[in-house]
Design a protein around this ligand. Structure first.
Ligand code: DX5
Ligand code: ZN
Length: 220
């Protein structure tokens, strides 16, 4: 099954609850929440209190993407705050086994996020401890960037790697996803499609969700 995951980074924060209601009603199943610390990435966004508030406002799966240094210090707290999925960057954490275990112990799915220029080899050993991989198809930090072209090939190689290892790890793709490349990334192995600008930057976010969902149905 293909999940469409609107990223609230591109939503109007003065009407966040309303924006969440619109995409949920339109059929989005995952809500993507970008947590940035101004250290691992050059931008600061939101943290635990907002995740707690969102939890009470939606039934969707809450997916927190931690773009923070030393994610092991906070990962489990995001799960306790109500996140159902928590991903940490392989580039930020030398203790992935411990961090991923802490997320699972706190009751959430544990994910490894990986930047466009980080080789997949960095996942080789850690993959077995993860429930999903978040493949970045832009450099993390901002919404509205262009899909990095090599990401499609990387996606295929990641799918291959997971199959060869006999694992059931899902792949989430994040950055520059829209109606034009959605079918391609699904074909290459992505199962969770994050989209910020393509949904909340659209005049009709509900219609944008529905169109992405339809592409997912056709391609599965
Ligand atoms: C970027 C974030 C993305 C971002 C995607 O650092 O991880 O989740 O919101 O936004 P779009 O879809 O606009 O590229
Ligand atoms: Zn993200």
């Amino acid at each position: 099954m293909i999940d469409i995951a609107p990223s609230i980074l591109s939503a109007d924060f003065t009407k966040l609850g309303e924006a969440i209601g619109i995409v949920e009603k339109a059929g989005a199943t995952v809500l993507h929440v970008d947590v940035m610390d101004g250290h691992f990435v050059p931008n600061i966004t939101i943290g635990l209190p907002v995740v707690k508030s969102i939890r009470s406002a939606t039934e969707m799966i809450i997916d927190t993407h931690l773009m923070i240094s030393e994610p092991g210090r906070y990962a489990a707290e995001f799960a306790s705050a109500g996140a159902d999925m928590v991903s940490v960057h392989v580039e930020a954490d030398p203790h992935l086994n411990r961090t991923l275990n802490s997320i699972r112990d706190a009751g959430a799915k544990a994910g490894i996020a990986i930047n466009p220029a980080t080789p997949l080899a960095a996942l080789d050993e850690a993959l077995q401890y993860a429930d999903f991989v978040l493949l970045m198809s832009v450099n993390p930090g901002f919404g509205g960037q262009k899909f990095v072209s090599g990401s499609l090939d990387k996606l295929r190689r990641l799918r291959q790697m997971i199959v060869e290892k006999g694992l059931k790890v899902r792949i989430e793709i994040d950055g520059g996803i829209d109606e034009h490349n959605a079918a391609d990334v699904i074909d290459a192995g992505a199962e969770i499609l994050v989209a910020g600008t393509a949904i909340f930057g659209n005049d009709d976010p509900a219609a944008a969700v529905r169109r992405l969902k339809d592409l997912g149905t056709v391609w599965v």
